[in-house]
Design a binder for this molecule. Structure first.
Ligand SMILES: Nc1ncnc2c1ncn2[C@@H]1O[C@H](COP(=O)(O)OP(=O)(O)O)[C@@H](O)[C@H]1O
Ligand SMILES: [Mg+2]
Length: 395
């Protein structure tokens, strides 16, 4: 069964715009889905249907296999299951303080006072803005506002999270932090659906991509299927990510590399493998560096205090990694708290794998469920790159 499904959905705005025209799609539970398409394609309209902000003019939206109903008790249930994060946090934040804003949803759920408190502090910790709880939202930076708006949605504990252009308006570090947060939520078991114009992000991050244009689904598939289809990219006014562009150019110059690279790491690997066949002296090491993964507690399990500096220092002293990586806000705080520095704070697994191929070992500190995500991602890259990089969980 799919967690969300639409059957022949049409949506016409009261003004007459026919924004969705016969949309059929299926979304798997626990997956990371990206919606791509030019401005006006109908991305936002489609996302609004997922939490019943809009109701289809005709056709059906199924949630957990049942057609959505739009009476007030069904709507309450839908809003608890599907959280919606709007592109502009100013549309979402309205209370005098961040904490009051994040409490607003759970207070309406008839939970006990303690439960509300717990959910609010957990959500604020998860997005990394606990220290801002008594600030007025309009005093926050764009990145902080976005986090506050997300905390408000997380406090409802939805199973499915829908983000309309979560990277818009953020600087590069802000974007990397946002992607990490999306990964963390997915590692916690949530289904994540995002619309975006960032092709690099879609290629490297999504399990599945849906391409929309003029209110219709042009194609649905894994990133490689989408970005290796030039006609589709052209039809949908998209652009291929830079690694794919480079790959295409190299092929036109006679490079015989089949697999479409979804990241710089994959592009470099494909170039190196072609060079190797031609006697090029590869700087990659004969033996791959090991990747150790240390699962750090999450904020809610005690956070930084649960992993004192001497333990962190001890782990580093016995394994002597060449590089240190940190995934998630708690892991980053733990490293800083231990007066160490991390070499990789974004694209941590890709960077660790790249280091490994040069014979360097990395110790990745990963917050909570992100440790499992790192293991899965290394396995996935081993498969795609045809490597045997060793990774070990350190308990
Ligand atoms: N509130 C609205 N009233 C009337 N038309 C709208 C409204 N919102 C969006 N539209 C129209 O619906 C179409 C799809 O818009 P939208 O879903 O916002 O696309 P996207 O998010 O892909 O840019 C566009 O033609 C847009 O002009
Ligand atoms: Mg939009």
């Amino acid at each position: 069964m799919h967690i969300i499904e639409t059957i022949n959905v049409e949506y016409q705005y009261p003004g007459g715009t026919h924004a969705l025209q016969g949309v059929d799609l299926k979304i798997k539970s626990g997956s990371k889905v990206t919606i791509l398409g030019p401005n006006g394609a109908g991305k936002s309209t489609l996302l609004y249907l997922f939490n019943a902000t809009l109701r289809p003019t005709s056709g059906k939206v199924l949630l957990n296999g049942s057609p959505m109903r739009y009476n007030s008790s069904s709507l309450r249930q839908i809003r608890k299951t599907v959280g919606m994060v709007f592109p502009n946090p100013d549309d979402q934040l309205f209370a005098p303080t961040v904490k009051q804003d994040v409490s607003f949803g759970p207070l309406k759920l008839k939970l006990s006072k303690e439960e509300v408190e717990e959910r609010v502090s957990e959500s604020l910790q998860l997005v990394g803005i606990s220290e801002l709880e008594s600030m007025p939202p309009h005093h926050l930076s764009t990145g902080q506002k976005k986090r506050a708006a997300i905390a408000g949605v997380l406090a409802m504990d939805p199973n499915i999270l829908v983000f309309d252009e979560p990277l818009s308006g953020l600087d590069p570090t802000g974007q990397a932090d946002m992607i990490e947060l999306l990964d963390q939520l997915n590692a916690d078991g949530k289904t994540i659906i995002v619309s975006t114009h960032r092709m690099e992000f879609a290629a490297d991050w999504a399990d599945n991509i849906l391409v929309l244009k003029d209110g219709k689904v042009l194609k649905e598939g894994v990133p490689e299927e989408i970005f290796s289809d030039p006609a589709l990219i052209h039809d949908a006014n998209l652009q291929v990510p830079v690694p794919v562009q480079t790959h295409n150019e190299l092929r036109l110059r006679g490079f015989n590399n089949e697999q479409t690279p979804l990241s710089v790491l994959e592009l470099v690997e494909s170039v190196v493998s072609v060079f190797n066949d031609n006697g090029y002296q590869d700087l990659s090491s004969a033996s791959n560096g090991i990747i150790w993964i240390v699962r750090t507690p999450r904020a809610v399990e005690g956070g930084v205090e649960m992993m004192p500096p001497d333990i962190v220092q001890h782990l580093v002293d016995i394994r002597k990694p060449h590089k240190i990586g940190a995934m998630g806000t708690v892991a980053k705080s733990i490293i800083i708290n231990s007066e160490l520095k991390y070499d990789f704070g974004t694209e941590v697994v890709n960077n660790a794998v790249s280091a490994s191929l040069r014979g360097l070992s990395t110790m990745i500190f990963a917050t909570g469920t992100m440790a499992g995500l790192a293991v899965d991602r290394i396995a996935q890259l081993n498969l795609r790159l045809n490597k045997k990089i060793e990774s070990h969980m350190i308990a």
